[in-house]
Design a protein around this ligand. Sequence first.
Ligand code: GKR
Ligand code: MG
Length: 447
Amino acid sequence: MLSKTPVVTEMQVIPVAGYDSMEMTLSGAHAPFFTRNLVIIKDSSGHTGIGEIHGGEYTCECLNACIPLVVGQEIGRYRAILGAIHRGGKKAEGDDGEGIQTLDISKLKFVVKAEWAIECALLDLLGQHLGVPVCELLAEGKQRDKVEVLGYLFYVSDKGKTDLPYLDESTSSDPWFRMRRQEMVSHEQIVEQACCLQEKYGYRNFKLKGGVFEGAYEMDTIRALKKQFPNGRINLDPNGAWSLAEAIELCRGMHGILTYIEDPCGPEAGFSSREIMAEFKNATNLPVATNMIATNWRQFYHAAALKAVDIVLADPHFWGLEGSLRMASILNDWGLTWGSHSNNHFDITLTTFAHVAAAAPGKPTALDTHWIWQDGQNLLEDAPQIKDGYLEVPDRPGLGVTLNMERVMEANRLYNQMENHDRDDAMAMQYLIPGWKYDSKKPCLVR
Ligand code: GKR
Ligand code: MG
C-alpha cells in the first residue's frame, strides 16, 4: 500500500483589487485599480496553500472551472492534477494565438495561464507537508538565499487631470509612498524617482518603462539615469513601439549606457517581431530582452533559432513555476540569461518570484517587480522584504508566508465595487488625450 499525502479538501478563488498610480506605457495609463485572482487550497492535514495570478473575469472563470479537478486529489500528485487541467483545457474564444507581440493588453489573458496559481498553491501545500521551502522542490533546488530585483521606473501622469479615484498618499510619512502617486515625467523627476527607490530598497539596477514619449526623449532620461548611477545596469522597455530603423538609430551610441534593451521593436513589413529583433541585434550588437516575443515554447523555438534574444523574462504566470525554471536551465546551458517579467501584483506573487528565482540555475538578471507601486497593500502577514536591492527568500516550509484574510476580504470588497474587472489602459489615457486609441507603433503621448 502506497503511503498517502494529504488530500485537497477545499479550493477557493477570490478575486481582489488594489490601488495603483497613473503609470504610463505604450498601452495607455494605468487605471486607479488593478485586479488579481487568489487561489486558496486547504488540505486534510489542516494546511493552507496560496497562489496569485492576473485579474479579470476570464481568468477567474478558468480557475473556478478547475475546482472539480483539484478537490479530493492528493497533493503529492500535483503534477497529475495539473496534467488533468491541461488535458481539459481548450483554446479560448477570441484567442487568435497572436499573444502579446504587439502589447495588445486584451490578449494578455490568453498568455497568462490560470492554472499556475493552482500549481503555486499545491507546491505551497507540498512544501508544508515535507517541511521544506518551495524553492527546494523546484528545478535543481535552492541556488541562492536572496534574489536580485530591479527598480521598475515609470513616467507617471498627473492624476489631477482626471476625476478618477486614484489614491492620494501626499500625507504619508514614507517619502517613496508620497512620491509614487505624483506626476513624474521629466528626466530630473525620473532620476529623483530612482534615487528615492535606491534609498528605500537599495536598488542598484533600474528599468524604465518606455513607449510613452518619443524614443529620443526616453534615451535622454536613460542618459540622465546612467549619469546618476554610473555602475547601475539600466534597461529601457518601449514594448516594441519603435520601427527597426528607429530602434537602430536610437540605440547607436548607447553601448555602456544601456546594459540591455527590452523589446525595442515589433512585427513590421510582413516580418514577425522575432525576425525584426534578430535584425536589430545584428545591427546593434546590444543585448536584447523580451517578455513579448517568446511567451511559449513554440515562440521561443523561433526566437532562439533566429538568435533574436539574449534574455528571456519567463514570467511564472505565463510559463508556470516549473516551466519558467525549465527555461532558466535551457538558457543557462546555452549561455543565455533568465529573468522574469511582471505586472502589478500583490505580495503573494512577490513571494512566488522569490522562490522561483531562488531556484533558477546560473546568473539571472535582476527580476522585474511592480511591488514598489503597491508596497503597503499587503495581503500577507509576513511579505518578504526588498533590502539592499535583493528580495528575501522565506526560509520556512512551503511559500513560508501567511495570508491575512481580513486584508484579502477587504481587497475582494474593492474588487466587487468595480464595474469592469479587466485591465483597460485606454480609459485613463482618454482624460489626457480625448478619443485616445491604442496604436502599437506610437508612444502613448505621441498622437
Ligand atoms: O505595467 O504597464 C505595465 C507594463 O507595461 C506591463 O504591462 C508590461 O507587460 O511590465 C511589462 C513589460 O515588461 O513589458
Ligand atoms: Mg517588457
